[in-house]
Design a protein around this ligand. Structure first.
Ligand SMILES: NC(=O)c1ccc[n+]([C@@H]2O[C@H](COP(=O)([O-])OP(=O)(O)OC[C@H]3O[C@@H](n4cnc5c(N)ncnc54)[C@H](OP(=O)(O)O)[C@@H]3O)[C@@H](O)[C@H]2O)c1
Length: 325
C-alpha cells in the first residue's frame, strides 16, 4: 500500500494547528489515480480552511492545488499512465501531502512548456484570474478596472491578463514596493490601500469610475470598492483576506448607480470535466502567448507550511508561493 507524509488539521485555529503525520493511502479505485506531488500551491483559502472560516469535517487535510507525476492508475483510467505530469485544483482539501489518490476527471495533463511549480500555482490562482476576466465580468478593451491585492498571487496573474485584454488596470497595494511590482505586471497605475483619498483618486484615474472592481480583501474594502464604480459597474467580491463581508441592504447598490454584484467561487466555473478542460486550455494558451505569466516568489518545504501561512496572512508575500514536498 502507498504511504505519504501529509499536513493535517485536527482542530481549527492558527498556523500552530498544522501537524505533520505519516499515513497509508488506499490503492487507486477504478477511476482514480495515485499522484506523487512535486509542488503544492499555497493559497489564502488554505488559511480559511485551517481557521474554520470555511468549515471542514475534522481531522482534515489542507491545500487545493498541486502538480505531480502519476505513479499508478485505476483499471478504468484511460488517457493517463505512470510517468505522466499532471496538475489539479479540487475539494476537499488534501494537497499538502507527498502523495494523493485523486479522481481522474479532476486531473489535467500538463503541456511540456508548463513547469511543475508554475502548474502548482496556476490551477487555483490562474483559473481564478481566467473566470474573473471572462465570466464574472466580461472585460472589454478600454474598460478601466480596479484590482485589489494587485501584487498578490491571484493579483499579478489577473493584472497582466486584464492589460493584455486591453483594460486600463488600476491596482491597490499595501506598500510602494508592491506597487512597483504590480506596475511591472500589468497595472497602469497603483494606489496605496492606506490612501485616505483612494476613492477620489480611482475615480479621477478612471475618468469617473471603473467598470468593474475585483475585490479579494472583503470586509475592509467592500463599500470603498462600490464607491469606485461607475453607473452600472460590476462589483466582483471574491475573497475575504480581511474577513467576510457583512450583510447589507441592496439599496446600497441602487444609490450608487444600479450596480451589479457577484460573489463567485472558482469551483462553479470548472464543475464538469468539459468546463475544466476549457478553462485550463484557455489558461495554458494565455501563458504560452505571454498574455499573462506566473513567477514563483516564495518557496517553503511542505513541512514548513505553518511558516508559509504566517507570512501569507501577515501580507509579507508577493505573487505566487509553493510548498515543496
Ligand atoms: N472566490 C474564488 O474563486 C477565489 C479563488 C482564489 C482566490 N480567492 C481569494 O483571492 C484572494 C487572494 O488569494 P491569494 O492566495 O492570491 O492571496 P494574496 O493576494 O497573495 O494575499 C493576500 C493579499 O491581500 C492583501 N490584504 C489586504 N488586507 C489584508 C488583510 N487584512 N490580511 C491579509 N491580507 C490582506 C495583502 O496585499 P497588500 O499588502 O498589497 O494589501 C495580501 O498580500 C484571497 O482573498 C482568496 O480567498 C478567491
Amino acid at each position: 500500500m502507498p504511504e505519504t507524509g501529509a499536513i493535517v488539521v485536527e482542530s481549527f485555529g492558527g498556523p500552530d494547528k498544522l501537524r505533520w503525520v505519516q499515513r497509508q493511502l488506499p490503492e487507486p479505485g477504478p477511476a482514480e489515480v495515485l499522484v506523487r506531488h512535486t509542488a503544492v500551491g499555497l493559497n489564502f483559502i488554505d488559511t480559511y480552511h485551517r481557521s474554520g472560516l470555511y468549515p471542514l469535517e475534522l481531522p482534515a487535510g489542507l491545500g487545493t492545488e498541486a502538480a505531480g507525476v502519476v505513479e499508478a492508475v485505476g483499471a478504468a483510467v484511460g488517457g493517463l499512465a505512470p510517468g505522466d505530469r499532471v496538475a489539479y485544483v479540487c475539494l476537499p482539501p488534501g494537497a499538502y501531502a507527498e502523495r494523493r489518490v485523486l479522481p481522474v476527471d479532476r486531473l489535467v495533463k500538463l503541456p511540456e512548456a508548463i513547469g511543475d511549480e508554475v502548474a502548482a500555482a496556476a490551477m487555483l490562482k490562474g483559473l481564478t484570474a481566467w473566470y474573473l476576466l471572462h465570466r464574472s465580468y466580461r472585460l472589454q478593451a478600454g474598460d478601466p478596472v480596479l484590482v485589489h491585492a494587485a501584487a498578490g498571487g491571484v493579483g499579478l496573474i489577473l493584472c497582466q491578463w486584464a492589460r493584455a485584454l486591453g483594460a486600463r488596470v488600476i491596482g491597490v497595494v499595501g506598500t510602494p514596493e508592491k506597487g512597483e511590482l504590480a506596475r511591472r505586471h500589468g497595472c497602469d497605475e497603483t494606489v496605496l490601500s492606506s490612501d485616505p483619498d483612494l476613492v477620489s483618486r480611482v475615480r479621477d484615474l478612471s475618468g469617473g469610475g471603473v467598470a468593474a472592481v475585483y475585490d479579494s480583501v472583503g470586509q475592509a474594502t467592500f463599500f470603498q470598492s462600490l464607491d469606485c464604480l461607475r453607473r452600472h459597474g460590476t462589483m466582483v467580491t471574491y475573497g475575504n483576506a480581511s474577513g467576510p463581508v457583512e450583510p447589507f441592504s441592496p439599496m446600497e447598490l441602487a444609490r450608487r448607480g444600479s450596480l451589479f454584484l457577484t460573489r463567485p467561487v472558482l469551483f462553479d466555473f470548472i464543475a464538469t470535466p468539459e468546463s475544466l478542460a476549457d478553462a485550463s486550455g484557455a489558461l495554458f494558451a494565455a501563458l504560452a502567448a505571454g498574455h499573462t505569466s506566473i513567477a514563483i516568489h516564495q518557496r517553503w518545504p511542505l513541512r514548513q507550511a505553518a511558516t508559509a501561512h504566517r507570512e501569507l496572512e501577515a501580507r509579507r508575500t508577493v505573487g505566487a508561493s509553493v510548498l515543496l514536498p
